[in-house]
Design a protein around this ligand. Structure first.
Ligand code: ADP
Ligand code: TYD
Length: 208
């Protein structure tokens, strides 16, 4: 099986999923994780904000993020990410896993960027300690699609109007990112089709 080529110890691969809220990245990244597991491939799935004390604090503060200064918010995400890199990502990559991560520093770039911070500065601060992905799937959807999915799946009627204009900026920031490892996937398709596109890109990238 071709995959074994990539399972050498120390030869882990790092695959990141990004996109606006409601794009489907959690659904798709988990299905992709199951797909690899079913092939007996060593795989780990993590998410950011992580389970560190910083990640927990971020989740507690989720609805009040607007009330804390942007540089403080940025620092919480940075500290959480440092913890995640040291405790989850580097050890799993060293173990030879295919590491799947739901959100990474590109979320900081695009979300804190949409709150007015400099995108390039955010990226360079993060790159000081964060390994670069081998592949990044940007699950892209238009704002009405994302808003419908958020409305249907979460108890968040409040502030949806503000969220809409904010996500418009975030989506633009994502689409403006220019890195060779980014694959933009049309997230408006059915879950099966989105997963199919991810698997196709993955196999093209990693299989000889
Ligand atoms: P995200 O992690 O990007 O915020 P989720 O994976 O939590 O998004 O998905 C949000 C909602 O949209 C969930 O109810 C999920 O079942 C649904 N969903 C995800 N992908 C699709 C899709 N391709 N088509 C239709 N519904 C989807
Ligand atoms: P998450 O729970 O993944 O939200 P969702 O499943 O709705 O996409 O992420 C929580 C929020 O944190 C999300 O709105 C994006 C934001 N975020 C940042 O602003 N900066 C970051 O660096 C990260 C990792 C997330």
């Amino acid at each position: 099986m071709g995959y074994n080529l990539y399972m050498r110890p120390g030869a882990g691969k790092f695959i990141v999923f990004e996109g606006i809220d409601g794009s489907g990245k959690t659904t798709i990244s988990k299905l992709f994780f199951k797909y690899l597991k079913n092939k007996n491939i060593n795989t780990s799935w993590f998410r950011e904000p992580s389970d560190s004390k910083w990640g927990k604090k971020i989740r507690e503060l989720a609805d009040e993020m607007d009330s804390i200064p942007i540089d403080e918010e940025f620092k919480y995400f940075l500290k959480d990410r440092k913890w995640d890199v040291e405790n989850n990502l580097r050890p799993s990559l060293k173990n030879g896993d295919i590491v799947i991560l739901d959100r990474y520093y590109f979320s900081s770039a695009c979300y804190q960027g949409a709150r007015g911070m400099d995108v390039e500065m955010i990226i360079s601060e993060n790159r000081k300690f964060s390994p670069e992905p081998d592949l990044l799937f940007l699950i892209d959807v238009d704002i009405p699609t994302a808003m419908n999915r958020i409305r249907n799946s979460r108890d968040v009627e409040a502030k949806l109007f503000e969220k809409e204009s904010f996500l418009l900026k975030v989506r633009k920031n994502y689409l403006d990112l220019k890195y060779d490892f980014i694959k933009v996937i049309d997230g408006k398709e059915s879950i099966d089709n989105v997963l199919g596109s991810v698997i196709e890109e993955f196999e093209q990238f990693f299989l000889p």
